[in-house]
Write a new protein. Structure first.
Length: 161
């Protein structure tokens, strides 16, 4: 292939991709410029602040009259047996991560009702691979915290001023 054919193919591919509506995911529009995070310091609070800051949302104290106040009430992790082998040994676990929170806009007098974000994952278990399965569980817990951050951010986006 010569140089002109390569450029023509690249231009054609670019035209096809752009005509189908594909575009890179940019920053998300959020209607609040100032938010206060109140309540308990949860294990995902630091990462939540990073997500908010990267979307140009200032995190301020409640005394600075933020446009939205988010009160983080609690977080909870749970692990339960999902299935057993014929010998009565654990084969699968199911893990849960729950965050309870409520919000209050600058216009409202009262807090919203308590909201719950819940994520769950399951994984196989084997006593012969104990260290690997512990690491897998740790990674799944981290992924569930990140998923909870995304869900909370999406819920904040849906709130109107």
């Amino acid at each position: 292939m010569n140089f002109i054919q390569k450029k023509l193919i690249a231009l054609l591919m670019l035209l096809i991709i752009s005509s189908c509506g594909f575009h890179m995911r940019g920053m998300t529009e959020i209607s609040f410029k100032t938010i206060s995070l109140e309540g308990k310091e949860l294990s995902f609070t630091k990462n939540l602040k990073k997500v908010l800051n990267s979307n140009k949302v200032a995190i301020v104290s409640p005394t600075e009259n933020p446009e939205l106040r988010v009160e983080l009430l609690s977080e909870e992790s749970e692990k339960r047996i999902l299935s057993l082998s014929g010998q009565g040994l654990v084969r699968e676990f199911e893990i849960f991560y729950r965050v309870r929170y409520r919000v209050k806009t600058i216009d409202s007098e009262i807090w919203s009702q308590e909201n719950i974000i819940e994520t769950r994952k399951d994984f196989t278990y084997s006593d012969s691979n104990l260290i690997g399965k512990e690491e897998e569980e740790r990674q799944l817990n981290e992924a569930m915290r990140n998923e909870a951050i995304t869900n909370l951010f999406n819920q904040i986006q849906l709130i109107k001023k």
